[in-house]
Design a protein around this ligand. Structure first.
Ligand code: NAD
Length: 336
């Protein structure tokens, strides 16, 4: 059966890495009809709109999208398309595994943790206004319903993957109302999952513990901004943003994306590492019940990384994006 998947190539290195990821998936034999969708700076310059309604409609119809990075200007310009996409499609759960990969230099070995981030509420949703000139206000909205659904997602994920423990990360000692509600809701949801251990940790202590001994954590659940920061920290533990995937899941759609940006310094030079997007794509294939192809692609990728002969510049190699992809494709039929 052929699947329909929206493809948002993105800005900067986006088109280069989405192209090779598409080629690798096609070579693995998964039948996908890719639906091209416009978004980001390229779309803004062409259509005057960084997130056209047509793109949202297409994703609502296929319920699936693979997305390259999108450029967002700091301080001025249009609102982040990533934030708008998550809100418009109610992609309430951001799922970010951080797992050590052999052959990828990193400060730790054998890290295997999952950050589950609430994706639609909190300070990160960017609800800001000027009160009077020189004074601005940002709203940090936390709801019981939003906290409940992300806590349930974290526990369901832990259960389905056979993970042992969920830790709620918060700042309820200071933000007694907002994070108090988040923690209280997680505590209640935990009671419905007696098979999974549960505890909580204050966010600043969690950051320190993660860099001292990341092995002490399993699944971490938190609100939006804490999740933004700690999920990047988790990526750093296993080799950086170039190698960590991400899925944004909601009730109506799922969007899988690399977590790094558009890398303007190397865009158009055939130098980008497609690993993060490829791992996001294999996460998508598992979501589409194409687990066998996903495992085959992962085995080829891991073998190329471990061999260390065909690596991109960020991994201290000299291979191009396309060389790296060809090395993965060449192994597809030889790995288990
Ligand atoms: P960045 O992630 O684009 O780049 C940081 C550094 O990492 C650069 O040196 C870059 O060359 C390198 N890098 C990133 N991805 C790489 C890859 N796949 N292979 C090899 N090297 C890689 O971060 P930035 O410079 O802060 O942001 C640039 C733009 O990207 C901004 O407009 C920002 O808003 C946007 N951005 C988008 C997303 C997204 O769409 N999910 C995420 C982060 C940043």
């Amino acid at each position: 059966m052929s699947h329909q998947v929206c493809l948002l190539s993105g800005d900067g290195i986006g088109p280069e890495i989405t192209n090779v990821v598409r080629e690798i998936i096609d070579a693995a034999g998964v039948k996908i009809e890719w639906i091209p969708c416009e978004a980001g700076l390229g779309s803004f310059e062409k259509n005057g709109d960084p997130l056209p309604q047509e793109t949202l409609d297409k994703i609502r119809s296929t319920k699936l999208a693979l997305k390259g990075p999108l450029a967002t200007a700091s301080g001025t310009g249009f609102r982040s398309v990533n934030v708008s996409l998550r809100k418009e499609l109610q992609l309430y759960a951001n799922y970010r595994p951080a797992k050590s990969l052999k052959g990828v230099p990193a400060p730790f070995e054998n890290v295997d943790l999952i950050v589950v981030r609430e994706n639609t509420e909190g300070l990160y949703s960017g609800l800001e206004h000027t009160v009077v000139p020189g004074v601005v206000e940002s709203l940090r909205v936390i709801t019981e319903a939003g906290s409940r659904r992300i806590a349930e997602f974290a526990f369901e994920t832990a259960r389905s993957l056979g993970r042992k423990r969920v830790t709620c990360i918060h700042k309820a000692n200071i933000l007694k109302l907002s994070d108090g509600l988040f923690l209280d809701t997680c505590n209640k949801v935990a009671k419905d999952y007696p098979d999974i251990q549960y505890d909580d940790c204050i966010v600043d202590a969690a950051a320190m513990k993660m860099v001292l001994n990341p092995h002490q954590f399993d699944v971490l659940v938190m609100e939006n901004l804490f999740g933004d920061i700690l999920s990047d920290l988790a990526s750093g533990l296993v080799g950086g943003l170039g190698v960590t995937p991400s899925g944004n899941l909601g009730t109506d759609a799922a969007v899988f994306e690399a977590v790094h940006g558009t890398a303007p310094d190397i865009a158009g030079k055939n130098m980008a590492n497609p690993t993060a997007l490829l791992l996001s794509a294999t996460m998508m294939l598992k979501h589409m019940n194409e687990a066998e192809a996903a495992k085959k692609i992962e085995a080829s990728l891991f073998s190329v990384l471990e061999e260390g002969k065909t690596l991109t510049g960020d991994l201290k190699g000299s291979a191009s994006t396309t060389d790296f992809a060809e090395a993965i494709i060449a192994k597809l039929d030889t790995v288990a």
